[in-house]
Write a protein that binds this ligand. Structure first.
Ligand code: CTP
Ligand code: MG
Length: 413
């Protein structure tokens, strides 16, 4: 019969100092390896997303070095706002040894939590499937309190001891009886807490949590680990972070209309279009009324799932009164960069009966390319009329459409 499925939480350990690769991290502006930025987010965030995707997961306790807890919490809040992981995240200060950090994390688990995964933030390639493999036996069997992932060794291992003449081999354990173990290591909460209490009282010093249960005489089940779930430990491991920084294409479409008969001088793509004074081609608009840049901004927001400009620059807000659309575009591009989205090509069309836009097409395309940091070959501009039909034909207004292709870094948002 299936055992009662308790709430499952994870403790993500990110409180180490990363001494074995301190210099390499300092050179990259990170206080420790778990804060290195990979695919637009610190390493620890990738484990948050993987753990949150495990079906029975109900919450995650993040453990950071005490002196970095506040800055890490602020960073986490930004990341959560960008992409909510779907489960609550709590914050805790770590201790001086790994096992002290786990012990502190355990204190924050709610009483409803029956199963806990302990995972190293230094293993950012965790898959939800591996995490689930460590949970499943605890849901299915009542005779097991601890499950860890292990991999067979490919190297022969020697036990050694130091002597005056150098290291000497003591013995060679049989390889097929050995496993290299990883995290997440998954436990029923009560036995793990008991083991940590005993370790504290009796002064045990261990490098993983399963060792504590072993010393308490508990059985620890080993399930198949994952070769790709490697730990970033030494500077040479940084090459693992060069892999997989791929981008995927995305596209967005924008459309905007403005009425003629207003006071704003006509601007398209940030370029002033001279119109005779009596032409009635002034624009009615809250901002500077650049219909082309407005359509372009909506298309960029479309690439990043960012809604539309009305949400970002509401008409009701006086700060956008006669605002420069070029500056608004700069703000939208900043948001896109933050989301890992980089426009690579735009195709723009203005639909207007009047004025004649062909003489300005080159200047508009060049200016839009400049504003987007693109080459002229990546921006196309064209203008058309609607053959006298509809509101553009009657010269009551004009409209613009924009298509943007972009690359979005994978692993973001
Ligand atoms: N860890 C922790 N608290 C500690 C020590 C380690 O939370 N006091 C975490 C690390 O942040 C890491 C994981 O435990 O995610 C595995 O530890 P390790 O790879 O040894 O990382 P560090 O201890 O940070 O590195 P080093 O041993 O090189 O100093
Ligand atoms: Mg360590």
């Amino acid at each position: 019969m299936a055992v009662q499925a308790d709430e499952c939480w994870a403790i993500l350990l990110a409180a180490g100092r990363g001494e074995r690769m301190a210099e390499a991290c300092a050179a990259r502006g990170a206080p420790a390896k778990q804060f290195l930025v990979w695919k637009g987010a610190p390493l620890w965030w990738h484990s948050v997303l993987a753990l949150a995707a495990v079906p029975p997961m109900r919450g995650i306790v993040l453990v950071f070095p005490p002196d970095l807890l506040e800055t890490a919490r602020q960073e986490a809040e930004k990341l959560v706002a960008r992409r909510h992981p779907g489960v609550p995240v709590l914050f805790q200060a770590g201790g001086s040894r790994r096992q002290d950090s786990v012990r502190n994390g355990l204190k924050l688990l709610p009483s409803s939590c029956g199963i806990v995964l302990v995972h190293d933030a230094a293993r950012p390639f965790l898959s939800p499937a591996l995490a689930m493999r460590t949970i499943a036996p605890l849901l299915e069997r009542s005779d097991i309190d601890a499950v860890i992932p292990g991999l067979p060794l490919t190297d022969t291992v020697k036990e050694v001891s130091a002597s005056e003449g150098g290291l000497l081999v003591v013995r060679t354990p049989e390889r097929k009886g050995l496993r290299a173990v990883q995290t997440p290591q998954t436990f029923r909460v009560a036995p793990l807490c008991r083991a940590h209490d005993r370790a504290e009282k009796e002064g045990w010093d261990v490098t993983d949590d399963a060792s504590l249960l072993e010393r308490c005489g508990e059985q620890v089940l080993v399930v198949e680990g994952d070769e790709s779930n490697r730990k970033i430990t030494r500077p040479e491991d940084l090459t693992m972070l060069n892999e997989g920084t791929d981008s995927v294409p995305c596209c967005g479409w924008g459309y905007d209309v403005h009425r003629y008969g207003g006071i704003r001088p006509l601007r398209l793509g940030g370029v002033a279009i001279p119109c005779p004074e009596a032409s009635n081609l002034g624009i009615i608009a809250h901002s500077d009324g650049d219909v082309l840049l407005h359509a372009l901004m909506d298309a960029i927001l479309g690439c990043m799932g960012g809604g539309d400009i009305g949400r970002i620059f509401p008409d009701s807000d006086p700060q956008w009164e006669n605002a420069s659309s070029s500056l608004m575009l700069a703000q939208v591009l900043d948001m896109a960069a933050e989301a890992g989205v980089r426009p690579t090509h735009v195709d723009l069309t203005v639909i207007a009966q009047k004025p004649k836009l062909a003489p300005h097409a080159g200047e508009i395309a060049r200016n839009v390319a400049r504003l987007l940091h693109l080459s002229p070959a990546q921006v196309n501009f064209k203008a058309t009329t609607e053959e006298g039909l509809g509101f553009t034909g009657e010269v009551r207004g004009l409209k613009a459409v924009a298509m943007v292709m972009a690359l979005r870094e994978t692993g973001r948002s």
